[in-house]
Design a protein around this ligand. Structure first.
Ligand SMILES: NC(=O)c1ccc[n+]([C@@H]2O[C@H](COP(=O)([O-])OP(=O)(O)OC[C@H]3O[C@@H](n4cnc5c(N)ncnc54)[C@H](OP(=O)(O)O)[C@@H]3O)[C@@H](O)[C@H]2O)c1
Length: 338
């Protein structure tokens, strides 16, 4: 075998490892303009393993990860700790947090993983988290806004905001703003916000952003994920020239506890589908890690990434006027401006 053939074979093998192609037949019941229905063979590429660069170290860097006791956040915490970072977990349930912290310590071999209580559905808890963190650290290199709820029954945060809007967006909005001074002092530093491809179906309901007139759990979730991208985009503008850069990401379709509010029957039936088509939490953490530490994107800011690559979000997630409107509203709702 020639050198070239060998290289080609190696490349092909790597690609095969990265992509699992699954061919399925879909019975297409929709009628086309010609009145034809039929079957289509669809090749689904399940990309499981585009990894963040394994050689980058985070020695002595300080990282906060919200919702680090489960799923994507826990895997990101393990990886940051392995690479030498001092990791602060921000979690709402002390028992679950301590259990996960022990697992992160075991798996990373690090001693520098700390748990601080943080309920993003309470402004008081967010302020108390920041106060405690600032009493322990004078620097913050990476803030990872990861925690989230999805499609939960109608519920409100302590201050009366609809749970998706309040937790996924307003909670992280307040947290980030309260940490801006330390992020600026530590610059270059980064804010990574875990959004979702779901923003595609999200709309900012200006007339009823708090779902008071009507509550649809999926609309509320998609709206909050669109808020995440608009927030990251506008934050980048406000931080121009400070050395603090921002990144919004879609982690992929990941098999985590995020589905906990789905109907139990549907969840049981969908389990094999999740197993085959959804990525592992470890894969799901890769784009977060990429944006948290990849040197080649250090000067990019306000953009959106998926599968460790820069992507264009939907046009309505690039609407600067809407991003500014949301920012001003969020400032008022969180009490940052009156
Ligand atoms: N999984 C996917 O396919 C997918 C796709 C696109 C985007 N995402 C996004 O990825 C992020 C992580 O989700 P995941 O899939 O890893 O789900 P997960 O396993 O359910 O983890 C969510 C984390 O958020 C925490 N959390 C929820 N409400 C909180 C609050 N009020 N205060 C503090 N922490 C809170 C949870 O804490 P508890 O354990 O105490 O509940 C948990 O640690 C979310 O922002 C989600 O929207 C996920």
């Amino acid at each position: 075998m020639t050198n070239l053939q060998h290289q080609h074979q190696k490349q092909h093998h790597q690609q095969q490892q990265q992509q699992q192609a699954i061919a399925i037949t879909i019975r297409d019941t929709r009628t086309t303009a010609e009145g034809v229905t039929g079957e289509r063979k669809v090749k689904l590429i399940v990309n499981r393993t585009t990894p963040a660069n394994k050689d980058i170290r985070l020695d002595a860097k300080v990282v906060i990860i919200t919702g680090a006791n489960a799923g994507i956040g826990k895997e990101a915490a393990i990886e940051c700790a392995k690479r030498g970072a001092r990791v602060y977990m921000g979690c709402r349930d002390p028992g679950r947090m301590e259990k996960a912290r022990q697992e992160i310590l075991d798996k990373s071999g690090s001693q520098n993983v700390f748990g601080l209580e943080l309920d993003l559905a309470s402004f008081e808890s967010i302020r108390s988290f920041v106060k405690t963190f600032l009493s322990m650290e004078r620097r913050l290199h990476v803030l990872i806004n990861n925690a989230g709820v999805m499609a939960c029954p109608k519920a409100y945060t302590k201050e009366g905001f609809e749970m998706h809007f309040g937790t996924n967006h307003l909670g992280h909005f307040l947290l980030t703003n309260l940490l801006l001074d330390v992020l600026k002092r530590t610059a270059p530093s980064r804010v990574v916000t875990v959004a979702s491809l779901g923003h595609k179906w999200g709309r900012i309901n200006k007339d009823d952003i708090n779902s008071e007139k009507e509550y649809r759990e999926w609309d509320a979730y998609m709206q909050s994920k669109l808020c995440n991208i608009l927030f990251s985009r506008h934050l980048a503008k406000r931080l121009q020239g400070t050395g603090v850069t921002t990144y919004a990401i879609h982690p992929g379709a990941i098999n985590t506890e995020l589905m906990r509010h789905l109907n139990p029957c549907i969840r049981t039936m969908a389990k094999p589908v999740f197993w085959v088509f959804f990525k592992t939490p470890k894969s799901g953490a890769q784009t977060t890690l990429y944006c948290a530490m990849e040197p080649t994107i250090a000067s990019q800011t306000g953009l959106y990434y998926s599968d460790c690559k820069l992507k264009d979000p939907e046009p309505h997630a690039q609407d600067d006027a809407m991003a500014e409107w949301l920012w001003n509203l969020s400032e008022r709702l969180t009490g940052l401006s009156r």
